[in-house]
Ligand binder design. Sequence first.
Ligand SMILES: Cc1cc2nc3c(=O)[nH]c(=O)nc-3n(C[C@H](O)[C@H](O)[C@H](O)COP(=O)(O)OP(=O)(O)OC[C@H]3O[C@@H](n4cnc5c(N)ncnc54)[C@H](O)[C@@H]3O)c2cc1C
Length: 166
Amino acid sequence: MSETSLDYDLVVVGSGAAGLSAAVTAAYHGLKVCIVEKDEVMGGATAWSGGWMWVPRNTLAQRAGIHEDIDTVRTYLRHELGDRYDAARIDAFLEAAPQMVSFFETHTALQFADCGAPSTNTMCMPVRAKTRALGEARRPTIASRATQRSGPTPVSPRSMRAPTTP
Ligand SMILES: Cc1cc2nc3c(=O)[nH]c(=O)nc-3n(C[C@H](O)[C@H](O)[C@H](O)COP(=O)(O)OP(=O)(O)OC[C@H]3O[C@@H](n4cnc5c(N)ncnc54)[C@H](O)[C@@H]3O)c2cc1C
């Protein structure tokens, strides 16, 4: 059996939104990243999802002039979560989620749109993009067997510079 040696700063297991977000962020900061995916295609449940994200106090909302009181959001979550309310986790979410939207909007080709909910702009979703813009990186998402043949998908800052419009 032949052995292949691979050298990466970060290995991300799973290519859903969580894994890819971590991978892109790390690559943006200069790390050499490898994404390992057990499935034949990338995307996980994320690829099936509606893509609606509840991101309180996100930049789209702020641009639309909607400034939510953070304590109102906390109160809402306290009511929804009851005993499962974890203050540290909630605060981490409230701090990081809007930063995530800003980061992707500013530094990557991924753009978001407000979902047009009547009373709030805190729901947003990715703007539809043609995968052709991803170039070579598009291949593992559609050519299922090719993923296994070609091995792990390296992500580099260079591969992130896909044009916003194909
Ligand atoms: C039909 C549908 C609609 C949805 N709509 C919404 C919505 O509108 N808004 C919303 O917020 N949420 C929605 N969700 C939920 C949302 O999709 C998930 O919560 C989210 O995608 C989870 O992301 P993730 O990155 O954690 O996991 P995933 O996207 O599932 O990614 C995990 C990846 O890890 C891989 N993996 C697992 N174990 C290993 C391993 N040992 N080695 C290598 N790879 C591994 C999996 O194959 C998978 O690709 C929806 C879900 C479904 C099914």
